[in-house]
Design a protein around this ligand. Structure first.
Ligand code: B12
Ligand SMILES: *[C@@H]1O[C@H](CO)[C@@H](O)[C@H](O)[C@H]1NC(C)=O
Ligand SMILES: *[C@@H]1O[C@H](CO)[C@@H](O)[C@H](O)[C@H]1NC(C)=O
Ligand SMILES: *[C@@H]1O[C@H](CO)[C@@H](O)[C@H](O)[C@H]1NC(C)=O
Length: 416
């Protein structure tokens, strides 16, 4: 009896040591009866890839990490991302493209040296910078680390010092990516330098992971619905006792059933975690020739769910920022088809009243609103148009959010 107990305890210990860099899989897997739900989700993401859709490297990474169900889409997206001109890309976009090509077993070519140069020149200009300025550079560091680029360790030290000095409110998405990047860097420290570097990165990682674990909600989500996927990746490479992965999975599956993951980009950020993968697995992907082919279901796209009845939405555009000459606060009441996206409200208001004129640009998350009533966001001033329902900021953009009857939506020109 004693012997068995001892063996069990020892086995548990070995498991804990071995499992330090993977999900605690036993409590963290998808129940068999929900497997089809997750496969369907992957279908939605993969069928969003068409010759005319926005080439999204995060989608390619996700499908390669979990194993694609749609080899055509995989080929098309790889080809499109290969042909993107790198010159005007941001650090984050460049990094995602490199990781996407690597995940498809393609050589990223001169993108790597370009990224390295951009990372060497990047600095956070002040400790008051919003925490999210580290989102793109975290991706940059992760991509360089995965490609074993010389000088990554020094870049990582500079990056981590700036991150530690930052005093702005913590941001979960950014913290999650910084965790992945610094975990990769920690794993590549040469033995002769191990002590001092390990201690330093260990200290920074503890700080970030502590902040991440403080954002675990009672309902299982981590920092809100759309931060949970990246946060799960971070907590599975830097485990914390406090995290009940099973509870998180259960809640996310419930949200998927409620159609909260209709945006392909939102799927790209949750899918790897649902299948026990993280971005740290990108260099380990093997590209086999024969792909598993799955019978795909015939489904209705979410946007066609509009019905015959109308809803009324009150829409206010508000600019009270000092330093801007044109201060305004205008409201329109508009009718749109029930089930329409918020974008339809913006379009209807613009049709009724020229002051509601707006401009947008296409991004990986869909349409992003850049200007309303000729007031443009300015990146250097950190201004943007924030969308709220009542006083609560929306957690989705105008191309995904579906307003309800008598809702009051405000677009407020503000700073981050
Ligand atoms: C930084 C950031 C911002 C910055 C972007 C400006 C900048 N220059 O940095 C600011 C603060 C302005 C911002 C605004 C908003 N954001 Co934001 N943002 C992020 C964050 C943390 C990182 C994005 C990034 O740098 N990606 C890396 C680069 C390489 O990729 P990229 O595609 O080039 O990035 C661009 C787009 O992501 C775009 N963008 C940023 N946020 C959003 C949101 C939407 C809906 C769209 C279409 C585009 C978009 O700006 C990036 C820089 O140009 C992500 C987190 C995440 N998990 O992705 C959230 C995130 C994308 N944002 C989100 C949201 C909800 C918004 C807002 C709608 C919030 C609001 N209530 O108004 C607004 C957009 C409103 C509008 N005008 O259309 C959600 C989207 C969830 C969803 N399912 O749609 C995310 C995932 C945060 C979260 N975890 O909930 N955001
Ligand atoms: C993260 O947590 C530490 C305490 O562990 C705290 O001192 C620090 O200010 C937090 N950082 C952010 C950005 O919230
Ligand atoms: C703007 O208008 C809305 C609706 O009329 C009102 O509730 C709000 O208080 C106004 N805000 C400002 C800053 O004037
Ligand atoms: C709108 O933006 C202004 C300027 O940044 C800010 O003072 C105000 O609190 C914001 N209103 C809401 C409801 O967030």
């Amino acid at each position: 009896m004693k012997m068995i107990l001892f063996t069990v305890a020892l086995w548990g210990l070995l498991w804990a040591v071995n499992g330090a860099h993977t999900l605690p899989w036993s409590e963290c897997s998808i129940p068999t009866e929900k497997q089809a739900l997750v496969d369907d989700l992957q279908d939605v993401m993969e069928s969003s890839v068409t010759p005319s859709s926005f080439p999204n490297p995060s989608i390619l990474i996700a499908m390669n990490l979990v194993g694609t169900q749609n080899a055509e889409a995989q080929k098309l997206l790889t080809k499109t991302i290969m042909s993107i001109d790198s010159t005007d890309l941001t650090v984050g976009q460049l990094a995602l493209n490199i990781m996407a090509l690597t995940s498809s077993c393609q050589d990223p070519g001169n993108r790597l040296s370009l990224l390295k140069r951009k990372m060497e020149n990047w600095v956070s200009s002040s400790p008051q910078d919003p925490y999210s300025v580290f989102y793109g550079p975290s991706l940059g560091l992760l991509a360089l680390c995965q490609k074993n680029q010389e000088g990554t360790l020094d870049l990582a030290v500079g990056f981590a010092k700036m991150l530690l000095a930052n005093v702005s409110p913590f941001n979960v998405d950014t913290g999650a990516l910084a965790t992945l990047a610094l975990t990769c860097v920690s794993n590549m420290i040469p033995e002769d330098l191990d002590d001092e570097y390990s201690e330093f990165f260990g200290h920074v990682l503890t700080n970030i992971v502590e902040n991440l674990s403080r954002r675990i909600e009672d309902n299982g989500l981590i920092g809100g619905l759309y931060s949970t996927g990246l946060a799960m990746q971070a907590l599975s490479v830097q485990p914390v006792e406090k995290w009940n992965c099973g509870k998180t999975i259960e809640r996310v599956l419930k949200e998927i059933e409620q159609n909260q993951f209709a945006n392909p980009m939102s799927i790209a950020q949750i899918l790897p975690s649902l299948k026990g993968k993280t971005y740290l697995d990108v260099p380990r992907i093997t590209c086999s020739i024969d792909q598993e082919v799955r019978q795909t279901l015939q489904r209705q796209p979410g946007s066609l769910w509009t019905s015959d009845s109308d809803i009324t939405v009150t829409y206010t555009i508000n600019n009270q920022l000092r330093g801007v000459e044109l201060i305004f606060n205008e409201t329109e009441v508009v009718s749109v088809r029930k089930g329409s996206f918020l974008l339809a409200v913006l379009e209807e208001a613009q049709r009724k009243n020229p002051k509601f004129k707006f401009e947008s640009r296409m991004t990986s998350w869909g349409l992003y609103i850049t200007s309303i009533n000729n007031i443009h966001e300015v990146e250097n001033h950190r201004t943007y148009w924030q969308f709220l329902s009542g006083k609560t900021p929306l957690d989705q953009g105008v191309g995904s959010y579906i307003p309800y009857n008598n809702e009051h939506i405000t677009a407020n020109f503000t700073q981050y």
